[in-house]
Design a protein around this ligand. Sequence first.
Ligand code: SAH
Ligand code: SF4
Ligand code: F3S
Length: 444
Amino acid sequence: MTASGTKPRKLFIKTYGCQMNVYDSERMAEALGGAGYVTTDRAEDADMILLNTCHIREKAAEKVYSELGRLKPLKAANPDLRIGIAGCVAQAEGEEILRRAPVVDLVVGPQTYHRLPALEAAVRAGQRPVDTEFPEEDKFDHLPRTPRTRRAPTAFLTVQEGCDKFCAFCVVPYTRGAEISRPVDRLMAEARDLVERGVREITLLGQNVNAYHGAGPDGRDWSLARLIRAMAGIDGLERIRYTTSHPNDMDDDLIAAHADTPKLMPYLHLPVQSGSDRILKAMNRKHRAEDYLRLIERLRAARPDLLLSGDFIVGFPGETDADFEDTMNLVRAVGYGQAYSFKYSARPGTPAAERAGVAPEVMDARLQRLQALLAEQQRQQQEAMVGREVDVLFEKPGRMAGQMVGKSDHLHAVHVADHRARVGAVMRVRITQSATHSLSGELV
Ligand code: SAH
Ligand code: SF4
Ligand code: F3S
């Protein structure tokens, strides 16, 4: 029973897509918490189900409709169940979702989820509201303060949102809107609050996080490097990461921060998409392969043990065998510790969607070769950790009894079987073994 005497309703949120959706899902739970909802991790128990969706590739977007198919029987069993679509598919498709999926009661875009309590009330009044505005007001100013519950040792914090880059293949500038940066004092307050609740590692999020230029307390715009250095001053915060960066926004000061800020972890996700200058130009990435390689050199000069991660697209319209070999050569030149690679997916409304595509079997073959190379690099970089001592932030018990799992500075998952390992502690571990997706070791 809540204070007002009504039984709390239950909310189930399923999250797709990127880390920003993970952050947004927490904010949505808080917004609806103010309207009497508590979260559940069982869809069967829910009075409200929200799917926080991703539109980045066709497969991701189509998942929404297959999930709605699976939810149909739940709605048949419980006519009071409400189903909402949030996130980037909601933004991209809006009303169309209501037409295509009669089980859906509400549609809310990524910039208006602070209005969820009002939308939920409209649903209970028998409407099927759609809110995909890009409002004047800032959603971050409208969300209720979080109840001061204990948190897991790692957390995301959105500092920048939206994108003005308009890469020719990408929906994000349309689904998330123009770039905005949150003010420094708000971010510092949110970071301190997280740390007081047990968080030891914060990952600063943005679709173009290194384009961050938020209003500082001194009346000037602060860069991401400046924000990171300020956050590093928070006692109890042990680690800072940021993602995702664009190569063109990697300024000198941010590179310097990798050298002078020990709390900034030696891991960087820096997508390049292709190693061919012709394709980079067609993608509107606005830099050459050579520029990226020089940038990596400067980053490694600042932080020699930096582990690099990237994103790649194969089969972008017009990609020839020679273009693809340029990508393979760039990967060989960089040496990635981690990477994501995708087949190009034509997205409605993007410039590249109009262009003639590469044959599917050619894309398949290229993706296989690229993934084999990336997997081999990842394996080698993991193997190289064996025998070394690393710092591990323990996050949760492992699958085997007595085991704990955490992440190293380089974001490798590390297993340790030792009762002294505690969740939330950073401890020194000697790596003894490398498996496919994780390392294991012993406390030093
Ligand atoms: N803001 C980030 C990326 C966001 S999307 C950046 O600029 O790097 C995450 C990744 O999805 C991209 O880096 C890209 O590799 C991939 N991606 C985006 N649109 C895609 C499309 N239409 N087809 C295939 N992959 C795509
Ligand atoms: Fe998409 Fe390019 Fe913006 Fe990244 S920089 S979100 S790939 S448009
Ligand atoms: Fe997907 Fe939207 Fe993130 S399209 S990758 S959920 S910004």
